[in-house]
Design a protein. Structure first.
Length: 155
């Protein structure tokens, strides 16, 4: 079993000069049961299925199981997703020994840009780039599954 330990932040400045890779991502949810989700994702030319569990009390750690699946299967499974999809461009930005995943949302979530950093432990200290803004790890509004139901344009 794998646990994901990550923190999420709003982006307040320009990071684009440091981007090393970008991918278009489309994702939908087969099931959203409270804090637990089953997600289908197409990232570039690859498909994935992901199961996420409930976050712990700090909101930083949660169970995550992800497997790559054939792209054709992911396309077909998108038909089972309720409520549409979330689209974004993910930029990888290395900084001081970590890679920040900066998501620029599209569609109904345009104007929202968040950055996530995966950590080895909840108390791991990491350097923060100057473009990193307010931490929103515990704010459920910023979860992708929530952005599908309550898009940024409606806030």
């Amino acid at each position: 079993m794998a646990f994901e330990i990550e923190r999420k932040f709003l982006v307040k400045g320009d990071y684009k000069d440091s981007v090393t890779k970008s991918d278009h991502i489309v994702q939908g949810y087969i099931a959203t049961l409270g804090p637990k989700t089953v997600r289908i994702r197409i990232r570039g030319d690859k498909g994935y299925i992901t199961i996420k569990g409930k976050s712990n009390a700090t909101g930083v750690s949660r169970f995550e199981w992800e497997k790559e699946i054939p792209l054709g299967d992911a396309v077909q499974l998108m038909d089972l997703c309720d409520g549409g999809v979330v689209e974004k461009v993910r930029h990888l930005v290395p900084f001081a020994g970590h890679t920040f995943e900066v998501d620029e949302f599209l569609g109904d979530n345009s104007g929202l840009t968040v950055a996530e950093v995966e950590l080895r432990s909840e108390d791991e200290v990491f350097d923060r780039p100057s473009w990193l803004g307010e931490e929103v790890t515990q704010d459920r509004r910023y979860r992708n599954s929530n952005l599908l139901v309550h898009p940024f344009k409606d806030w």
